[in-house]
Design a protein around this ligand. Structure first.
Ligand SMILES: [Cu+2]
Length: 98
């Protein structure tokens, strides 16, 4: 498992015509990507999503069960400590070095 703890700014994405299937984010939203280990089923996935969603400012959480990758869209990037606490509260571990 590689360690993934990456934060980058996330430019707004828009389409000018028609209906877009691309999710739109306001400019200035941040996307954080972490890897969670120990999830094995949909229940785990939901638990992680629920805990991370409860972090203030977080507006969207996508959990990929197979890879353990969790994408978090927030007004500003959550503290890694807050993400770690949320993941551990759900009963799982954040991959990678502390
Ligand atoms: Cu499970």
């Amino acid at each position: 498992m590689t360690s993934v703890a990456e934060t980058r700014s996330f430019p707004g994405r828009t389409k000018t015509a028609g209906r877009s299937r691309v999710r739109r984010y306001d400019s200035g939203m941040s996307l954080s990507v972490i890897t969670v280990t120990g999830m094995s089923c949909e229940h785990c996935q939901k638990a992680v999503r629920a805990e991370i969603s409860a972090i203030p400012g977080v507006s969207q959480v996508d959990v990929d069960l197979a890879s353990g990758e969790v994408k978090i869209v927030a007004e500003s990037a959550p503290e890694m400590a807050a993400l770690r606490a949320a993941v551990e509260e759900a009963g799982y571990q954040l991959a990678g070095p502390s």
